[in-house]
Design a protein around this ligand. Structure first.
Ligand SMILES: Nc1ncnc2c1ncn2[C@@H]1O[C@H](COP(=O)(O)OP(=O)(O)O)[C@@H](O)[C@H]1O
Ligand SMILES: [Mg+2]
Length: 254
């Protein structure tokens, strides 16, 4: 698979992974969604997660992001922008995980995360306001992100008054306005036509990896995956295939 040449990836040797999963296991009844899965994700990397329906993609994404807790195993998060040490996400309680998600992670899903009753700018500002930023301080920062993503003039529109591609740009702005260290995307272009999909993907990659941050994305679209540095294929909750740059942390695990 081709790498995205507009964002060449040069992991600095010895840099600790931003996320390290070890022995991640999650079952739903007799279904094993994650089967002792291990994965290191490097700072600045874009990672595509592929695999057939039911192979564990969403469960992996949600577990890495602290939305779901595994039955067993660990997820270590090392925020390169923080002075604090690594955080064991899987061991945190609900409210600590929620704080971590709000402060350090961004989310772009296929649909449904934007609040239809709010305007574009309010949806973006909301991500800051739930982190304690005042409305007066949040709105200009939200406007700046909307402008950067090509939505100047659309600030006061409600989500229903935007096209699918425009709404996904609002979702990207909302995910980035807090300075997310890692952005998690689940089929972010799944509901878009191919031209719009390509445009939104450009913006998503620019806004994350283009700024030195990390992107973890579930997709079933090989063209979308081909734009990422690295592609992993899941089957029955395990990594069946891992293609892309070698991960420096992988051979020197402590
Ligand atoms: N909340 C849940 N309750 C019961 N089964 C679930 C739940 N979430 C996921 N599963 C099951 O776990 C497996 C993996 O699901 P998922 O991670 O959503 O796969 P994918 O995203 O690759 O389609 C599937 O068999 C799915 O049916
Ligand atoms: Mg899924």
């Amino acid at each position: 698979m081709q790498q995205n040449t507009s964002h060449p990836f040069h992991p600095s040797a010895g840099t600790a992974p931003v996320l390290s999963a070890r022995d991640l296991t999650r079952s739903f009844g007799s279904t094993t969604a994650l089967d002792r899965l291990g994965l290191d994700i490097q700072v600045g990397e874009s990672l595509a997660i592929m695999g057939p329906s039911g192979s564990g993609k969403s469960t992996l994404l949600h577990t890495l992001a602290g939305i779901e807790r595994p039955d067993a195993g660990s997820v270590l998060f090392r925020d390169p922008s923080a002075s604090t040490g690594p955080v064991e996400i899987a061991a945190l309680g609900e409210s600590a995980r929620s704080r971590l998600r709000r402060g350090s992670f961004g989310f772009v899903f296929q649909a449904g995360l934007l609040i239809p009753e709010l305007t574009a700018i309010e949806n973006v500002a909301m991500a800051l306001m739930i982190n304690g930023v005042s409305r007066a301080a949040a709105l200009p920062r939200a406007a700046e992100w909307l402008r950067a993503l090509g939505l100047a003039g659309m600030e006061e529109r409600r989500i229903g008054q935007l096209s699918g591609g425009q709404a996904q740009r609002v979702a990207i702005a909302r995910a980035q306005v807090t300075g997310a260290t890692v952005t998690f995307a689940d089929e972010p272009t799944g509901a878009l036509d191919s031209a719009t999909s390509s445009e939104v993907l450009d913006i998503l990659i620019d806004a994350t990896v283009g700024r030195g941050n990390t992107l973890v994305m579930v997709t079933h679209d090989p063209q979308v995956a081909a734009r990422c540095h690295r592609v992993i294929h899941l089957l029955d909750g395990r990594i069946q295939h891992d293609a892309g740059v070698p991960t420096p942390g992988a051979e020197a695990r402590s």
